[in-house]
Design a protein around this ligand. Structure first.
Ligand SMILES: C[S@@+](CC[C@H](N)C(=O)[O-])C[C@H]1O[C@@H](n2cnc3c(N)ncnc32)[C@H](O)[C@@H]1O
Length: 453
């Protein structure tokens, strides 16, 4: 795959270089002829041979400088980094340039909503978000995921909402904004009311809390009895939201066994990052082509780098130090806090899957080394369950939000693309503090069903 990138890159670089060549050639010809004329002129006089040698040297230097410009030095820094904080219109972006792994739906299904629906949703959600009770939600959800959870919930109109991991209660509040009269079950070790002593928190009046001494882990709840108590007989009408930093492979199997169909995972960490094994990590496999990936850019015409849709949406990694991926990753670390270099991505024995070959769990308190074969089997199992896999795109490009954490090269195109300042402003997004755009980690919505045997 990387060889392919290399050949694509050099092909494109030739396109760019041809333009460079046209610009540079007259200058070089002029340089060459001046050098030769000068040499001839001097040769008529006394120092013929040494000067001819000098002219040849000048000619060689001139040719060297000219041809060096034909070697494409890829400019991988996004153009908006050059204009950062300037919000320039019409700039290119490099979303997805390092690949966007995408789990495959066994039925080839996609979500019903379109980017227009997302824009309309944003218009509605921004004023709601401005009324949130917890303004400072560090360690909890920021704007992107709050919008995603609200949008998905409102679209699905569940009869019951279950959340695992509430912290101070911001996500409970988001669920409540989406469905004002629907019951919520919140599973979280520490009751959100405990946070009220120290500052803002949200406790919901129509929510049953499995917290404090009533805490039971999602995997140990007697769902038959709990759902009966809440009058729920159709489990496909339940939405389950996980923000509890547990191994998502484990949670997925527990949710399947409980008969739930609609799941949202808040922290869908990228490979090599995060404190638990995520869906995205599981589906980061060489065979993933991301055929159903809806909206990623098809290339970067302004830079030398040009990637086709295979790499753009593809998965898997190589730990080869002298590779395009390694070089790109190294550069990106200077700009994006969450970007990881090949050294961090790859553990001992070139293990890149999960986090350096580890399946992390429970806030990184419990880890298990897995083989590549096991990682591969996990992805096949996950795909045997998936009817729909949809990663929320970032709300807006970094030139608008000024976020500096997630690396756009590993995510799909944002809802409001870089350069669309007018739209960003019209949606009211300029009114929000920039810190709320820092928490994007590819929140994902899944629709699952039992594998057909
Ligand atoms: C990142 S915070 C949740 C943030 C919250 N959803 C928000 O948006 O503000 C993670 C929460 O998971 C809780 N937690 C830890 N272990 C858990 C478990 N096994 N089940 C459910 N929640 C758990 C933590 O106590 C913490 O409140």
């Amino acid at each position: 795959m990387l060889e392919r990138v290399l050949s694509l890159r050099s092909r494109t670089s030739q396109v760019n270089d041809e333009e460079d060549e046209e610009d540079d050639e007259p200058k070089n010809r002029k340089n060459v002829s001046v050098a030769i004329k000068a040499a001839k002129h001097i040769a008529r006089f006394t120092l013929l041979w040494p000067c001819l040698a000098l002219a040849l040297l000048l000619l060689a230097i001139s040719l060297f400088l000219h041809y060096r410009s034909l070697i494409c030095v890829p400019s991988i820094e996004p153009s908006y980094r050059l204009n950062l904080f300037g919000a320039v219109d019409g700039i290119d972006s490099d979303f997805g340039a390092l690949g966007v792994p995408w789990c495959r739906s066994k039925k080839g299904l996609n979500v019903e909503w379109t980017s227009k629906d997302l824009i309309k949703g944003l218009e509605e959600f921004v004023p709601i978000y401005e009324t949130r009770p917890i303004k400072n939600n560090v360690y909890g959800m920021g704007f992107d995921h709050s919008f995603g959870l609200w949008f998905i919930t409102r679209w699905l109109q569940p009869d019951l909402m279950i959340e695992s991991g509430a912290f101070k209660g911001h996500s409970t509040w988001v669920l409540r904004q989406a469905m004002p009269n629907t019951p919520i079950l919140s599973i979280t070790p520490r009751h959100p009311e405990k946070y009220l002593r120290k500052g803002p928190a949200y406790v919901d009046g129509n929510c049953t809390y499995f917290a404090g001494k009533d805490f039971v882990d999602f995997g140990s709840v007697n769902w038959e009895s709990v759902l009966r108590k809440h009058g729920i007989f159709d489990r496909s009408k339940v939405l389950v939201f996980f923000d509890d930093h547990q191994n998502e492979f484990k949670r997925l199997k527990q949710a399947l066994n409980a008969g739930f169909k609609h799941l949202v995972f808040e922290d869908n960490y990228d490979t090599g990052t995060g404190d638990h094994y995520s869906l995205r990590q599981i589906c980061d496999q060489f065979y993933i082509r991301g055929d159903s990936l809806p909206s990623v850019h098809s290339g970067l015409s302004r830079n030398c780098l040009y990637l086709d849709s295979d790499l753009l949406a593809g998965g898997g990694h190589s730990c080869f130090q002298d590779s395009d991926e390694a070089r790109m990753r190294e550069k990106r670390k200077k700009f994006w806090e969450k970007a990881v270099g090949i050294d961090e991505l790859c553990g001992e024995g070139e293990k890149w899957w999960g986090v350096q070959g580890q399946m992390r769990d429970d806030f990184n308190h419990s880890n298990k080394a897995i083989s590549h074969a096991e990682h591969f089997t996990n992805s096949r199992f996950v795909e045997s369950l998936l009817d729909v896999y949809w990663e929320l795109p970032p709300v807006a490009g970094p030139s608008l939000t000024h976020q500096t954490r997630y690396d756009p090269a590993r995510t799909s195109s944002p809802i409001v693309e870089d350069g669309r300042y007018g739209q960003f402003q019209k949606l009211g997004l300029t009114r929000l503090d920039t810190s709320v755009f820092n928490g994007y980690t590819q929140m994902v919505y899944l629709q699952i069903s039992k594998p057909s045997s």
